[in-house]
Design a protein around this ligand. Structure first.
Ligand code: KIV
Length: 265
């Protein structure tokens, strides 16, 4: 499929500047990718959530770079317009040379940008990658790859110290060259503050309506998830079809109808 019409990071930056909300979903194959593309989804993430929703594991920790590369290639086959983001799995970016090698594999598979979790030492890794031409999205807040360290899937940065640290990390990531942020499971007020603080698009999941965009795991928003965290809405209800659910999601994000207070922390 031709990607001449594909969205670029410049389009996404312009959407942020113009206050147009960005709709992102995870996806793992060509058929769903094509349906999302037709529905107007702006960004598809080939997330390491595939460890849970595709491979049936209880966490994302065992996902391999080759798994993400394979599903990125599959998704790319279904896309004309949607921007394609590929996740770097646990253990694939913890030194500069390893991160570079793995990022190149994911970009070669069709990703337009790679995403990696964490701050601290990851800020230098992001700088290393971006200064060598790799487009990077940084993932802050709840970082599921650290679930065993965090003691579970918990809301992050609830107190003032945590909130200040997250803002500082977001600024440091932008400074290091990151061109997008994902913020997961943080208070809605902090989601707004981060989005107002940095110039790059901030995509929230469980981070309130005032982020520049929203992301959900596809299986969750189709009502297929085996768990239902507070931030998930089942878009199959009232939509009648999977295509309709994707369209309803895009519309709800664009019109600030999702998330609502009931989905916030
Ligand atoms: O892997 C994934 O699906 C993610 C989203 C939850 C943002 O990182």
């Amino acid at each position: 499929m031709s990607r001449n019409k594909a969205l670029t990071i410049d389009h996404l930056l312009a959407m942020k500047r113009d206050g147009e909300k960005i709709a992102m979903l995870t996806c793992y194959d060509a058929t769903f990718a094509s349906a999302m593309d037709r529905a107007g989804v702006d960004i598809i993430l080939v997330g390491d959530s595939l460890g849970m929703v595709v491979q049936g594991e209880s966490s994302t920790v065992g996902v391999q770079v080759d798994d993400i590369a394979y599903h990125t290639e599959c998704v790319a086959q279904g896309l004309e317009r949607t921007f394609l983001l590929a996740d770097m799995p646990f253990g694939s970016f913890h030194s500069e040379s390893v991160a570079m090698e793995n990022a190149v594999e994911l970009l070669s598979a069709g990703g337009a940008m790679v995403k990696l979790e964490g701050a601290g030492p990851m800020i230098d890794i992001v700088h290393y990658l971006t200064s060598r031409g790799v487009p990077v999205c940084a993932h802050l807040g709840l970082t599921p790859q650290s679930v065993n360290q965090l003691g579970g899937f918990k809301v992050q940065a609830r107190d003032e110290t945590g909130a200040k640290q997250l803002i500082a990390d977001a600024q440091a990531m932008q400074q290091a060259g990151a061109q997008m942020l994902v913020v997961e499971c943080i208070p809605a007020t902090l989601g707004r503050e981060v989005s107002e603080t940095v110039d790059i698009p901030v995509i929230g999941i469980g981070a309130g309506v005032d982020c520049d965009g929203q992301v959900l795991v596809m299986h969750d928003m189709l009502g297929l998830g085996s768990w239902a965290p507070k931030f998930v809405k089942d878009f199959m209800q009232g939509s009648g079809s999977i295509q309709g659910a994707f369209e309803a999601y895009v519309l709800a994000v664009r019109d600030r109808q999702f998330p609502t207070r009931e989905h916030e922390y």
